[in-house]
Design a protein around this ligand. Sequence first.
Ligand code: HEC
Ligand code: HEC
Length: 297
Amino acid sequence: MLSPQFPRPAAGKILGFVLLGLCVLAIGGTVFVQVERQPESSAVSRGARLTEEAGCYACHGRSEEEPRFNLRQTAPDKWRDKNNPSFWEGDITEVKVLVDWITHGVPAADAEDHKKLFIRMPAYRDRLTPGEIEDIAAWILAEGLKLRVDPAAPKAPAPGAPLTPDQLFVAGDALSRRHGCYQCHGELGQGGVANPDSFKGYIPGFQGKDFLKLTANGDRTEILHWIDHGRGKAIESGPLGRIAKKFFDGQAIPMPGYRDHLSVAEKELLADYLLLLNKTGPLPASEIERLNRLLNP
Ligand code: HEC
Ligand code: HEC
């Protein structure tokens, strides 16, 4: 009886399949890393970048300490020295006023007066989208909180008493301000601070998916571990733990461990606050306007 004869695949063919498999794995791995490294943003972090790119600092400076030269005409042949205001000097706390200035170069009501200036504000209507202008307003409002909010002011909430989200916000905000969390994680925890040689190139905020990935999906114990040690436990012991560890060890700015610098109650409150920020998601300009009133009544 004849057994059916199958041709044996040639060794070359097997090698071909193995190489193809390896290529697919390598490409898949690269795509995976690229996808994972996609930067995350918020209105505040985009606004910070756009303010830079739009050249706003040329005239407004970064603070009141920087030169902001301008002149105002007071009579046909008379000019008086005058500084441009920094973004915070005029104490503008409404999104719509900021948007009006940036969109039109000057609000209609101030247009006549603006003509007396030697250097005038350009209209950004045709250079920035309405969304981008709102992002800049969000950043200006968030950044202004550094000057407006006194982090020592809010009294610690009575222990055990359940807090409304706004009360938690006020208490958590004050703690974060006092202990430098925003300096690294962005104002209001909205991210955007650069960190060379970190996985994504920046320190993640508390508002989005980066936070969830680093805290085992917003696990409270994990957040408390980060606060105590400045390192994540779950992420370093997970399947890609070795890679995570390599980045945590190699990044320019590591997180300090707050173990001995915060009380248990303060750490618990911070964990609640971070979870609230994450649940709220990236803060839009309108919400930052409301928080300005809440934090600075
Ligand atoms: C070429 C110079 C110039 C540039 C660039 C510029 N501005 Fe202005 N801006 C001005 C001048 C001048 C005023 C009016 C100051 C005054 O009336 O005293 C002004 C006013 C403002 C005001 C109102 C400030 C207040 O307190 O009354 C805001 C807000 C503002 N600018 C935001 C921006 C933003 C945001 C950008 C970038 C997108 C920008 N400006 C770019 C010159 C400039
Ligand atoms: C000197 C900078 C610095 C300070 C100050 C700082 N952190 Fe961090 N934090 C980091 C860095 C860097 C990471 C790691 C992020 C990474 O490697 O991707 C991190 C990670 C975290 C994480 C993991 C999730 C996430 O979204 O980043 C939490 C939670 C966290 N920090 C909370 C806090 C809290 C709360 C405070 C204030 C009590 C604080 N941090 C102060 C730099 C800082």
